[in-house]
Design a protein around this ligand. Structure first.
Ligand SMILES: CC(C)(COP(=O)(O)OP(=O)(O)OC[C@H]1O[C@@H](n2cnc3c(N)ncnc32)[C@H](O)[C@@H]1OP(=O)(O)O)[C@@H](O)C(=O)NCCC(=O)NCCSC(=O)CCCCCCCCCCCCCCC(=O)O
Ligand SMILES: Cc1cc2nc3c(=O)[nH]c(=O)nc-3n(C[C@H](O)[C@H](O)[C@H](O)COP(=O)(O)OP(=O)(O)OC[C@H]3O[C@@H](n4cnc5c(N)ncnc54)[C@H](O)[C@@H]3O)c2cc1C
Length: 625
């Protein structure tokens, strides 16, 4: 009798399963895992804070590198209910979703539209005679495409469609739609549903497509916490049309945590392997060195460790900010909605792009063995690059942040600014003077000045172009590279200052030796990004060549100091081998034995001569083909 652990982590490695077998195996494992999790979650887990902890457990424990067919059920289907369903609807559906007696997905993206959601084509037309909505996919491009779990798993989904009533379009709204019969799992009449095929990664997520042929759903299937349709078809507006976008903000917030989780896995593998792997001699006749002793290797890996700690602290700040503003929204105070959206956008973009960049570096830093699927680094790299796209393409999200920053800059003299942008007032105040200094505080100030000056420059450029006769939209597009850069600079200033401030607070309760190491990580992160963004700092601050020389020495000194604690730092993530799933990163360091053990699991090693020799090779080599 297999133990739960053996059931979850044993069996044929996924990499040797077919696409279909991989899905079936992931579903088998997901049922085991989620049955366990269902037992520990409170029934009324509709509080977003508790919910995120559940999500952490669910996704953190997702035991396949390829994701889970249940992921979207937890990641979006349920949060959308919590944020968009009225009380009666929550009463009707949420309990069933929480105990997984229904499995849901989130169908927003279409073949023809992912970013521009106001352009979605799926329609939901209200029929007052029957008090139903008629859901329809008018074109091939209107077919929903991507929803996780929709291919073969979910029997319900949230559908985002253009709402029509009394001949008028009211824009996109959310609807709960049953997709498959709860007993037979057959697709319901008028519904064409399937799986989208093999992807770069996440091949157990079961992303699907769905098309509707005049499918009728009750009026009360429109999620009506914000906007409503009355029985006679009268449309009641929401307090803010963007509240329907609320679930995306929540998921962007949790994706920042997720990007940290992926990066923590990658740097655990790369760091441990770099301590085990010996290659080349530093001095003739000496034993081969641990590759972690090479400063170039430290440059790749230790900065990733610092980045992981930095983003973890920023994820917590963002979560706290989300909860504060979300409470205000619940009380009808929309004042900081735009700020929350802008912060979630830039942190999701920067955390995922950093995670993708550093994970790719971890892969390369492990040489050939890092290219083995059994190292887990290729799959983790595929995961992090996906996160730069899902829940909003990073470029588009940084443009959203830039839009908020320009709006803020236009109003800079009309009153106090909200917390995440009040630095703009400080560094632009009359009489404010600043001379570059090689210190954490000096670096933070420098990044804040760069951000402010980029925003100011973008607004001046926009104004000049519009004055010259260019349309607002063309002016925006023309300078959009600079707008994205302004969004990134704003975010980097926030990340460094948050890391410094929150770590300084945390260090007060640490031992002196631990605080020293944590302080080194903050310095490494700040100095690394200073050297990475030298162009901006040279353009907008008084940093000098002499400062740069000293910064480089400071950077190399920090690498030297952190090197002895590298393995201890990643061990602190405490990722068990079963979740790490890596021949290179296992805790016992038996890299070569594990590589060979995994290789022997290949079906091609089941027999000494593969059948292709007799069928193809031998006749070929004998000139008979
Ligand atoms: C925002 C858009 C790009 C544009 O929208 P619009 O066209 O409607 O807006 P405009 O640009 O015209 O006007 C902007 C205007 O609107 C405001 N706005 C816009 N968006 C929002 C918002 N969300 N909230 C509030 N306000 C908003 C903006 O501020 C402007 O206001 P002003 O006019 O005042 O300036 C939009 O089209 C858009 O969002 N596009 C992106 C589409 C998108 O994101 N799609 C996602 C589809 S779902 C998906 O991809 C699912 C993926 C799921 C993958 C799995 C995730 C894994 C998570 C794991 C969780 C693990 C948890 C671990 C936790 C732990 O470890 O602890
Ligand atoms: C693994 C994965 C899982 C997913 N899961 C789901 C899901 O469960 N449910 C769901 O609904 N969706 C899901 N998606 C879809 C995802 O949300 C979209 O792919 C994403 O929103 C990007 O939209 P798009 O693919 O149409 O890209 P596009 O918007 O077509 O982007 C392509 C390029 O165009 C650029 N671009 C687009 N608009 C602009 C603009 N205004 N200004 C400047 N540049 C622009 C982008 O920057 C990008 O470089 C998933 C996607 C992936 C990869």
């Amino acid at each position: 009798m297999l133990t739960k652990r053996e059931e979850l982590f044993g069996g044929t490695p996924d990499e040797y399963l077919s696409h279909k077998e991989k899905y079936e195996n992931s579903t088998r494992k997901a049922v085991i895992l989620f049955s366990l999790l269902r037992k520990i979650q409170e029934e009324n887990n509709t509080d977003l804070t508790n919910y995120r902890n559940l999500l952490s457990g669910v996704l953190g424990a997702s035991i396949s590198q390829d994701g889970s067919p249940f992921g979207l059920h937890y990641i979006m289907f349920m949060p959308v209910f919590m944020s968009q369903a009225d009380e009666e609807q929550q009463e009707r559906w949420l309990h069933r979703a929480l105990n997984c007696s229904i499995i849901g997905s989130y169908a927003q993206t279409e073949l023809g539209h992912g970013t521009f959601i106001r352009g979605l084509e799926t329609t939901a037309t209200y029929d007052p005679s029957t008090q139903e909505f008629v859901l329809h996919s008018p074109t091939l491009t209107s077919y929903k495409w991507w929803p996780g779990g929709l291919g073969n798993t979910a029997n319900y989904c949230i559908v985002i469609a253009q709402l029509y009533s009394k001949g008028e379009c009211h824009g996109i709204h959310s609807f709960i739609v049953q997709v498959r019969d709860e007993d037979t799992h057959m697709p319901l009449p008028g519904i064409k549903v399937g799986e989208i095929g093999v992807k770069m990664g996440l091949n157990a997520v079961n992303n699907g497509f769905i098309g509707f042929e005049n499918v009728r759903i009750p009026r009360t299937n429109m999620l009506m916490k914000h906007a409503k349709i009355l029985e006679d078809g009268t449309y009641v507006k929401s307090k803010n049309s963007k509240l329907i976008y609320g679930a995306m903000v929540f998921v962007r917030v949790v994706i920042v945590f997720d990007s940290v989780n992926y990066l923590a896995k990658a740097i655990t593998v790369a760091t441990r392997y770099s301590a085990v792997r010996r290659q080349s001699q530093l001095k003739e006749g000496e034993p081969e060195r641990q590759i972690l002793d090479y400063v170039t290797q430290q440059d790749k890996i230790l900065t990733a460790i610092a980045g992981c700690f930095a983003m973890k602290m920023n994820a917590r700040m963002l979560w706290d900010t989300f909860n504060v503003i979300n409470d205000q929204l619940h009380k009808g105070n929309m004042e900081r909605l735009g700020e929350l959206h802008a912060l979630a956008c830039c942190l999701k973009a920067i955390s995922t792009s950093d995670s993708s960049l550093f994970t790719a570096r971890c892969r390369v830093s492990c040489g050939g063995h890092g290219y083995m699927v059994s190292s887990t680094l290729p799959a983790t790299s595929a995961l992090t690059t996906a996160s730069c796209t899902y829940e909003g393409d990073n470029t588009v999200l940084l443009l959203q942040t830039a839009r908020f920053l320009l709006k803020t800059w236009r109003q800079i003299d009309t009153g106090p600014l909200t917390p995440t942008v009040e630095y703009l007032k400080t560094v632009s105040a009359p009489g404010f003077s600043y001379k570059w200094e090689n210190s954490i505080e000096g670096i933070i100030r420098g990044f804040q000045i760069v951000s402010m000056k980029k925003i100011s420059s973008c607004l001046n450029l926009m104004t000049a172009k519009v004055m010259s006769g260019m349309s607002q939209a063309d002016a925006w597009n023309t300078i959009s590279i600079q707008l994205v850069s302004a969004g990134e600079s704003h975010c980097r200033a926030i990340v460094i200052s948050t890391f410094h401030e929150d770590m300084s607070k945390a260090m007060r309760s640490m031992s002196a030796s631990l605080a020293e190491v944590m302080g080194q990580l903050v310095e490494l992160y700040a100095v690394y990004w200073t050297l990475e963004r030298l162009g901006d700092l040279l353009e907008y601050t008084s940093i000098s060549g002499a400062d740069v020389v000293k910064l480089r020495s400071w950077y190399e000194e920090l690498l030297r100091k952190i090197r002895p604690n590298a393995v201890g730092l990643v061990d602190a993530f405490d990722i068990i081998d079963e979740l790490l799933q890596s021949t290179l990163g296992a805790y016992d360091g038996r890299v070569y034995e594990r590589l060979m053990e995994e290789a022997l699991k290949s079906p091609l090693n089941a027999e000494p001569v593969n059948q292709s020799f007799h069928k193809y090779l031998k006749p070929f080599m004998q000139g008979k083909l």
